[in-house]
Design a protein around this ligand. Structure first.
Ligand SMILES: Cc1ncc(COP(=O)(O)O)c(C=O)c1O
Length: 399
């Protein structure tokens, strides 16, 4: 298509006009290391007994990594099931040719959503008799069995059947002919707390409650129903939490929720956050930097302006608290993080130029910055850091 020609001899035809032609590494991007996910799953699976299945939790677009890509590598590493949060996430994954069983961990409560789930071969999480009945009717209508997992609340007070009523309700559910109970599960509320191995901890009491319930409904290990309780932290605590399946998110992406044992585990971060230097300026001593002038230079200072900000998902409350890596050296971020840019003090460096790449998360040489560091500094959890990255950051596959 002929667009425009200048009389200075530029031929604009040679330049991209569409988003897809723009270099994904033009500004800031997330590198996703699929092989790291594969290795992490293999490593984590080596801690499970042979009959225990591994569900890769790929909700929230694979914790911000790209659900399709992460699922592919998790399956290569031995994941036999996938967990998503929403119907839409499940449909997207199914339509990307993923054949493994997919469990929707969130709640579907309308007949329409449950039909859509059934038609897309997705298993819903069921928390009430009412939802069971709808599923049974759908199964009956199509002359098939509707596969689903039942969830019981053992202390999270979120989704799940009420613990005290479940035993009685289970008798009724068993009589529904057009549903197939593929799993019974519960979710740990506090497994990442330091006292989780203490017999009186919330986590141990939740497990005991769950085991008691299983005994009462007489679901033993020979049964086809998969029993599952553990998230990453539960899985790493010990084998008593494994049952027939574990549902693992965070540690599959390379981070242990149990900070004390992180360094003893062979987990590889799957996400690197990188950014280009968009501009370099030198300021005198005593100059205010960024909104509110919260940083004032104490000497002549060389600043690199990086093309990334809170609109990309970098928490603004990390302003002045993080470092950035270039060529195995750490540089402090200074002044308020703005919507689209942040400034870094690179005084003394000669090798950083406009267009240089800096690492915000990940490793360079022997320096590493992890979402666990960011979470600590911004008073949140690593899950939130990973899920905050916006679509404005292209995901680039690297292996
Ligand atoms: C029901 C359920 N199971 C498993 C997980 C995975 O947890 P983690 O990322 O700690 O492994 C989650 C995540 O929040 C969840 O909601």
């Amino acid at each position: 298509m002929q667009i425009r020609q200048t009389n200075q001899g530029f031929n604009f035809d040679n330049y991209p006009t569409f988003d897809k032609n723009i270099d994904p590494k033009q500004r800031a991007w997330i590198e996703v290391r699929g092989k790291a996910v594969e290795k992490n799953v293999k490593y984590l699976r080596s801690k499970l007994s042979k009959n225990c299945q591994f569900m890769a939790v790929v909700k929230a677009d694979g914790y911000g990594h790209d659900a399709k890509l992460v699922s592919e590598y998790a399956i290569k590493g031995g994941a036999s099931q996938l967990g998503v949060a929403t119907l839409k996430e499940g449909i997207k994954l199914r339509s990307s040719e993923v054949k493994k069983p997919i469990l929707i961990l969130g709640n579907l409560y309308t007949k329409r959503d449950l039909i859509v789930s059934f038609k897309n071969d997705l298993m819903p999480t069921i928390s009430s008799i009412r939802e069971c009945l709808i599923c049974n009717n759908i199964g009956k209508h199509f002359g098939l069995k509707f596969s689903l997992h039942l969830k019981v609340d053992t202390g999270m007070s979120r989704l799940g059947f009420e613990y005290s009523k479940f035993i009685q309700q289970f008798e009724k559910i068993k009589s529904f002919e057009n549903i197939s109970i593929e799993g019974i599960y519960s979710h740990l509320s506090s497994a990442d707390e330091e006292n989780s191995l203490d017999p009186q901890s919330t986590t141990q009491l939740q497990k005991q409650k769950f085991q008691e319930l299983l005994k009462q409904i007489n679901v033993d290990r020979n049964h086809n129903i998969k029993i599952h309780l553990a998230n990453s932290a539960g899985m790493l605590l010990n084998k008593d939490f494994h049952f027939q399946m574990v549902r693992v998110g965070l540690s599959m992406y390379g981070y242990s929720p149990l900070s004390k044992i992180n360094k003893y585990l062979s987990l590889k971060p799957a996400l690197y956050l990188k950014v280009k230097v968009a501009f370099i300026r030198i300021i005198d001593k005593g100059v205010r930097v960024s909104y509110g002038g919260k940083f004032v230079s104490s000497r002549k200072t060389k600043l690199a302006v990086l093309s990334i900000g809170y609109a990309d998902g970098v928490p603004r409350n990390l302003s002045g608290k993080i470092k950035v890596i270039h060529n195995n050296k750490l540089y402090p971020q200074v002044g308020s993080i703005t919507m689209d840019q942040m400034m870094v003090d690179i005084t003394g460096s000669n090798d950083i130029k406009i267009g240089s790449t800096m690492v915000l998360l990940g490793s360079d040489g022997d320096k590493t910055i992890s979402p666990l560091d960011w979470a600590r500094e911004s008073n949140t959890i690593p899950w939130e850091i990973l899920c905050s990255f916006k679509n404005r950051l292209p995901r680039v596959q690297v292996d």
